[in-house]
Write a protein that binds this ligand. Structure first.
Ligand code: NAP
Ligand code: MG
Length: 396
């Protein structure tokens, strides 16, 4: 048994990913590691019962212990309120966690030799660095019932107001207010350059400052300033480039380029583009995701959701072919980081072995349905999640 020193903050979730979470632990982790975990149940029922307190508690635990691992969770909406008979609707757990931890989410495709990306020019993985604080994820929005004027009002701590007209609305419509903080943007830029130096990747940053001259303009300015004052020398000696371009230009270049860089994205762009990247690289389940907080905490997660449709089929008795790779890599990321922080080389080695066993299992032709559709050569048989996890255990 491999021993641990400090616990990992374990954040459980919902539906199909919750089902597989337990199987992954049972078959691939606890037989080998004397797993120490601080458990937080972010399943929708428990979030509702605790008035969502459990989500904030989990975030503070990640801050305290330094390493967390998170299962996918349902973001509640009107349909879920009925389905789960909920008292209230709470914000997305990821938004709550990210608001407390701040920081940047790095997402990187998991590459296997039998699956070629749909973009034929891509030779190396593209890593997305997604700013995880603010913008539309911390917005205030309102349905406007009819004609009237809309203004932005800022009141400073002395009570002095600044007003700005947003629109004279001729009729009913919608409005939304967004914000971000200089310090969070600065930390976003720092995390990206630190990650890029660590992985020896060039950095692309893109926004829409031609249209949003102040908001996106501020992102561009701060990113440049952090590069010039803190990272230019280091990047130049390492041959790492930094370049800024417009988001639409970046998208065009990404699809024509050969990959192998860090693409720093604002929060919403990163949300959307990481799903594009994951799908183009094979499957939503073939991507790692880690939130790096400026306080030095790391939270590893799967980038996909709770795979709701598979869960409904599972509840009817079907053994679904849901891909657990992103869940496995969330655990290996957390175990390896814990090993690094606590100086436990055996724990790091175990995490690397489990990753290797997972990739080899797929490359030897054993895989779930999402990958079987894309693999060359085609596997003889599509495995269900349980068979696939057992195959990984065999390889391990
Ligand atoms: P999803 O769970 O990511 O699934 C969308 C589709 O992608 C699935 O129907 C499935 O396609 C495919 N897919 C995703 N993960 C897969 C896997 N591991 N193996 C095989 N196929 C996979 O997104 P969703 O259905 O839009 O959202 C479901 C719930 O997840 C929602 O309540 C949402 O709030 C939540 N969510 C949570 C997170 C998070 O916690 N990080 C992120 C996104 C969404 P096929 O049906 O074609 O097989
Ligand atoms: Mg997304």
């Amino acid at each position: 048994m491999i021993q641990m020193k400090t616990p990992i903050v374990e954040i459980d979730g919902d539906e199909m990913t919750r089902v597989l979470w337990a199987v992954v632990k049972d078959r691939l982790l606890t037989p080998f590691v004397d797993l120490k975990s601080e458990y937080y149940d972010l399943g929708l029922e428990n979030r509702d019962e605790t008035g969502d307190r459990v989500t904030a508690e989990a975030a503070y635990a990640v801050k305290k212990f330094g390493v967390g691992v998170k299962c996918a969770t349902i973001t509640s909406n009107a349909a879920r309120k009925i389905e789960y008979n909920l008292e209230n609707l709470y914000p997305s757990p990821n938004a709550t966690l990210r608001a407390i931890l701040d920081g940047t989410v790095f997402r990187k495709p998991i590459v296997v030799s039998c699956i070629k990306p749909s973009v034929s020019t891509w030779k190396k993985p593209i890593v997305i660095g997604r700013h995880a604080y603010g913008d539309v994820y911390k917005n205030a929005e309102m349905r406007i019932p009819g004609a009237g004027k809309v203004e932005l009002v800022y009141t400073n701590t002395d009570g002095v107001e600044i007003r700005l007209r947003v629109a004279d609305m001729p009729g009913a419509g919608i409005i939304q207010g967004l914000y971000n903080l200089d310090e969070s943007i600065r930390n976003f830029a720092r995390s990206c350059f630190l990650y890029a130096i660590d992985e020896k990747l060039s950095v692309w940053f893109a926004a829409k400052d031609t249209i949003s001259k102040i908001y996106d303009g501020c992102f561009k300015e701060i990113f440049n300033e952090v590069y010039e004052t803190e990272f230019r020398d280091k990047c130049e000696t390492m041959g790492i480039d930094y370049f800024y371009t417009l988001i639409d230009d970046a998208v065009a270049r990404v699809v024509k380029g050969e990959g192998g860089f860090l693409w720093a994205c604002k929060n919403y762009d990163g949300d959307v583009m990481s799903d594009m990247l994951a799908s183009a690289s094979g499957s939503l389940a073939m991507m790692t995701s880690v939130l790096v907080s400026p306080s030095g905490a790391f939270e590893y997660e799967a980038a996909h959701g709770t795979v709701q449709q598979h869960f409904y089929r599972y509840k009817k008795g079907e053994r679904t072919s849901t891909n657990p790779v992103a869940l496995i890599f969330a655990w290996t990321g957390a175990l390896a980081k814990r090993g690094e922080l606590d100086d436990l080389p055996e724990l790091i080695a175990f995490a690397k072995k489990l990753e290797k066993a997972t990739l080899q299992t797929i490359e030897n032709g054993f895989m779930t349905g999402d990958l079987a559709k894309l693999a060359e050569p085609k596997p003889e048989k599509i495995l269900d999640s349980w068979e696939f996890i057992d195959k990984i255990a065999e390889h391990l």
